[in-house]
Design a protein. Structure first.
Length: 376
């Protein structure tokens, strides 16, 4: 398979990391991406959004390479964006205001870091630790920003609808449905909207329509059993009520882990009483949040993981590698990771009748190993 792959940025899998100042957001971002964004003990130390490309942990990649030895292994990735700490009034320009609300609009999902630890030496912007208050401050600012976007679009659509434009009338009906719910503090993702209604407002990039997860930043002493932390309990209950996921980790510990490798990392984790870095779970949760899955390509040159949207058919999945693959798609040789694990080689998979030739209508499955045939 030749051709230059499209970059992750082009594919658009970006998760914005948000939170109030001094909740550990930039510390977690640094550990997550091994980047060194400013992480100081004062509000607004993140001025421009930092971006980091993160490997999605997937043990299947190395297992495939055991039976199809390549020159290199290439994992699939996500982009995490560290966005400056928001404060009450951000939607009206307080703190760093609308500039950073704009950065959030560019992402596809939101990871909301919430402080769940007590530390007198790290100041809280509101003077005390209260994770639900913090969540609601951020959520309301995002709702206010969406109200502003909806109001501006309503003014435009009212004029167009009067002149008889059908799409304007349809769009107006959706916004008139959304607006009163936003006023009640309901995020767009919690509203009952049809696929057609979502399509009509897609270009508004409403922030509260984005899927969200909560990252509970707990103290080291709570890491092995975060459910015993009172602050974490509140976040977990809030997340469940709002159909969101929550991941507990300790930002300072994750920073230390990011500096370790191999046996040293595993020994440190064992001492903490945990099986894996919390950041692995954040990455997987973000992946799940965006309804993404992984297929693989495998050969002598490389074994590589590729990200695709659940529900993609074979040509769309091929297009993740290169637009030419989608445009000129003919067929795909497909077998599953489980078959390779059972039969130990591609030739044995084929001999066992587990390799199939699939056409344009094939729905790609997580764990598929694919060879594309195309012509341009």
């Amino acid at each position: 398979m030749d051709g230059v792959p499209k970059g992750t940025d082009d594919m658009g899998f970006q998760c914005g990391i948000v939170g109030l100042p001094n909740v550990g957001k930039s510390t977690i971002y640094n550990a997550l991406t091994s980047n060194k964004a400013a992480a100081n003990n004062f509000p607004f130390c993140t001025i421009e959004p930092n971006k980091g490309i993160v490997n999605v942990p997937d043990p299947r990649l190395k297992k495939i390479a055991e039976y199809i030895p390549p020159q290199k292994l290439i994992p699939t990735t996500m982009v995490f964006v560290d966005i400056a700490g928001l404060v009450a009034g951000a939607s009206r320009g307080e703190g760093l205001g609308n500039k950073f609300l704009g950065h959030i609009r560019e992402t596809q999902a939101i990871a909301h870091v919430v402080r769940c630890f007590e530390d007198d030496e790290i100041v809280h912007v509101d003077g005390s630790v209260d994770p639900i208050r913090d969540i609601e401050v951020i959520e309301m600012e995002l709702i206010f920003a969406d109200q502003d976007s909806v109001d501006k679009r309503l003014d435009t659509l009212v004029r167009k609808a009067r002149s008889g434009e059908k799409e304007a009338k349809a769009g107006l009906a959706v916004l008139e449905k959304i607006r009163p719910q936003l006023e009640e503090g309901i995020p767009v993702r919690s509203m009952e909207l049809s696929a057609d209604e979502k399509h009509l407002i897609r270009d508004l990039h409403l922030i509260t329509q984005k899927p969200s997860l909560y990252v509970a930043n707990v103290d080291e002493s709570d890491l092995a059993a975060p459910e015993e932390n009172e602050h974490y309990q509140k976040v977990s209950q809030y997340a469940e009520k709002n159909n969101c996921e929550v991941v507990a980790l300790c930002g300072s510990i994750e920073s230390e882990l990011s500096e370790l490798e191999g046996d040293d990392k595993m020994e440190f984790l064992a001492d903490l009483g945990v099986k894996e870095p919390g950041l692995n779970r954040v990455i997987r949760a973000g992946y799940k949040l965006l309804n993404l899955s992984t297929y693989f390509t495998a050969g002598e040159k490389e074994v590589r993981a590729w990200t695709f949207h659940q529900g993609n058919r074979a040509p769309q999945a091929a297009g993740v590698i290169h637009t030419d693959f989608e445009r000129g798609f003919i067929k795909a040789d497909v077998y599953h990771y489980d078959s390779l694990m059972e039969y130990k080689s591609e030739s044995s998979v084929r001999d066992a009748g587990q390799m199939r030739l699939e056409g344009k209508s094939y729905l790609v499955q997580d764990g598929d190993i694919m060879h594309f045939r195309f012509s341009v």
